[in-house]
Design a protein around this ligand. Structure first.
Ligand code: ATP
Ligand code: MG
Length: 345
């Protein structure tokens, strides 16, 4: 089709396009860092990256205006403190790019209730907030698809919990292409440098570390050392192994997994040997884990504190990102409108 060829030629880029975002529902934790942010930072040099703060998405839990604004600022500061560079990557706030909402509307016309209801995250949310099962929760996957395909991204660095949403994004993108007989949206893939996607467990037994998983479950990059010690010491364990080389229950595996991301290999091996010999004392392991987490998070905490007071710089970064993200999104929306058949008179 001549029209789609024209679009492809005119949007040709040399670098692969990368998109990902984090909801401003609280401070960023080790799960966000190892599942997403760490890869954002590695990818910003070699790719055309768009990293956003998903404030539309956070409206499903009805934040107050004050909390919403404060959390958006906090996540932007944490992006910068972790090492994202606004000169290399486009860092923007989702609601600064209303074209995303328009694409979300178009995609919703072609997304089916059945497939949205079957989505695991929707089922989880129904359980978590039965008093507030709103349409935004149901259509979370179409908004996420809009976020990604508005920039025609091919790589999406995310944690394991987002795998199913990425599958749905591909579904919606392909469906659009088929419906209008165009080869317009590329297929985005969840990305972790060829390795399987990361899932950092929480401290309270089962489940992943999460911003909205309750007090004590997550270690935040901004946490003070005392808070980290307290949370780690309260982490769920059991009464200990009784036979050598016993299989580890989930809560203990979780502690080892957390240790594997912040501690040295020697420390992990040391406690693993003790576990296998039935000599482990979880208190000692937790002390080591807490100190290693403090060592890991301290540089982040310090930079977060410095940046939080630099209002002028934060506004400058947000304005810069808005301009770049809108230029990319506006181009897509204009082309999508034409494909759909919205033409100016
Ligand atoms: P919320 O509880 O509000 O959903 P969250 O902690 O799940 O917050 P999101 O904003 O939903 O964070 O996700 C941001 C990114 O962090 C996504 O790429 C997601 O896959 C990743 N992520 C979140 N939690 C973890 C985790 N425990 N392990 C690995 N990656 C994670
Ligand atoms: Mg989440």
């Amino acid at each position: 089709m001549i029209f789609s060829e024209f679009i492809f030629n005119s949007t040709k880029k040399t670098m692969e396009i990368v998109v990902s975002g984090i909801r401003p529902t609280g401070n960023l934790h080790l799960g966000n860092y190892f599942g997403a942010l760490k890869n954002f930072i590695s990818m910003q040099n070699e790719h055309d990256c768009y990293f956003f703060i998903a404030d539309y998405h956070s409206l499903t839990t009805h934040p107050t205006p004050h909390d919403l604004h404060g959390n958006v600022k906090q996540v932007l500061v944490e992006y910068l403190a972790a090492g994202l560079d606004p000169e290399k990557a486009t860092l923007y706030i989702q609601s600064d790019v209303p074209e995303t909402a328009e694409l979300y509307l178009f995609l919703n016309m072609n997304a089916y209730i059945g497939e949205l209801e079957r989505c695991t995250s929707f089922k989880d949310k129904i359980r978590q907030q039965p008093q507030n099962v709103n349409a935004g929760l149901l259509t979370y996957p179409t908004l996420m698809a809009a976020d990604i395909i508005i920039h025609k991204a091919t790589k999406v660095p995310v944690g394991k919990d987002q795998e199913q949403h990425l599958e749905m994004t591909r579904q919606f993108a392909n469906r659009f292409n088929r419906l209008y007989n165009v080869d317009y949206f590329p297929e985005p893939q969840a990305y972790n440098f060829g390795k399987s996607l990361v899932r950092i467990p929480g401290l309270l037994g089962s489940g992943k570390m999460g911003k909205s998983e309750g007090e004590g479950n997550a270690i935040f990059l901004a946490d003070e050392p005392a808070a980290i010690r307290k949370k780690v010491m309260r982490a769920v364990t059991d009464s200990g192994p009784t036979i050598p080389n016993q299989e580890k229950p989930e809560t203990i595996q979780n502690l080892f997994q957390l240790m594997s991301v912040v501690s040295s290999k020697d420390a992990v091996n040391h406690f693993n040997d003790l576990y296998n010999n039935c000599q482990i004392r979880y208190g000692d392991m937790k002390k080591q884990l807490a100190e290693d987490m403090i060592r890991f998070t301290t540089p982040f905490r310090e930079r977060i504190k410095e940046l939080l007071s630099d209002e002028a710089y934060i506004s400058k970064v947000a304005r810069m990102g808005k301009e770049k993200a809108r230029a990319s999104a506006a181009k897509t929306i204009q082309e999508v409108r034409e494909i759909i058949g919205f033409k100016s008179f």
